[in-house]
Design a protein around this ligand. Sequence first.
Ligand code: ADP
Ligand code: ADP
Length: 225
Amino acid sequence: MTTVEVKNLRKSYDDFLALDGVSLTAETGQLVTLLGPSGCGKSTTLRCLAGFHEPNGGDILVDGESILNVPSNRRKFGVVFQNYALFPHMTVAENIGYGLRLQKRSKGEIETRVFDVMKLVRLTGLEDRLPREISGGQQQRVALARALVLKPRLLLLDEPLANLDARLRDEVRWLIRDLQQQSGITAFYVTHDQSEAMAMSDMVAVMKAGRVAQFATPREIYQKP
Ligand code: ADP
Ligand code: ADP
């Protein structure tokens, strides 16, 4: 189980205030979407969660404990970011197993876990391909598998569909939602696409100029325009 409480988060880049007191929560198993136009602070919020950025104020509690002093590689979060590329010289299976190798898992365990997660994201058979030898949708599923194989306590997805055409977008979107619901993993999902947010979220944080303007279920957001 993983609950997250983001409290009054503030973040400046030089003298520009990108986050002006962002507060939101995620209950165990929920997918919470950050929705809003380019520049409203969605990615900055996610990067603070991931530990790539240090906020200037506020707090982030995971299961009731602050994680601000926990380095990013100790947070046990799965991260799928747009510009978080696959290793081009490694095969699909090597890319997915990379984190497990860093953890010095046994060869047998790595093989089993990579095999299982590849089946889950429907990549079986592509083990020995290089990233450039597979489609954009398949690459995105490799990135998802690479995050999921580490059994993260929280999944952070920043516009994971951005580089895909419309058909692949649908396919990968429902795959993400299926896997997220089946595994009961708590997730934050960044998008500027309103229909995407409405279709797949448990909760939506509508962001505007570094603040959360509305935090509600998709149904509530439809009813109160
Ligand atoms: P979003 O993800 O909603 O598009 P971001 O969180 O990326 O928004 O950015 C919020 C604001 O902070 C934007 O105005 C952006 O230009 C600015 N910003 C983001 N990253 C940096 C950075 N590294 N240096 C300076 N300004 C930044
Ligand atoms: P996203 O698509 O996630 O919102 P952007 O395309 O806005 O990201 O930004 C891409 C990269 O550029 C990020 O690393 C972000 O931190 C950085 N960046 C964004 N805005 C600025 C800015 N105004 N000044 C400097 N760096 C920025």
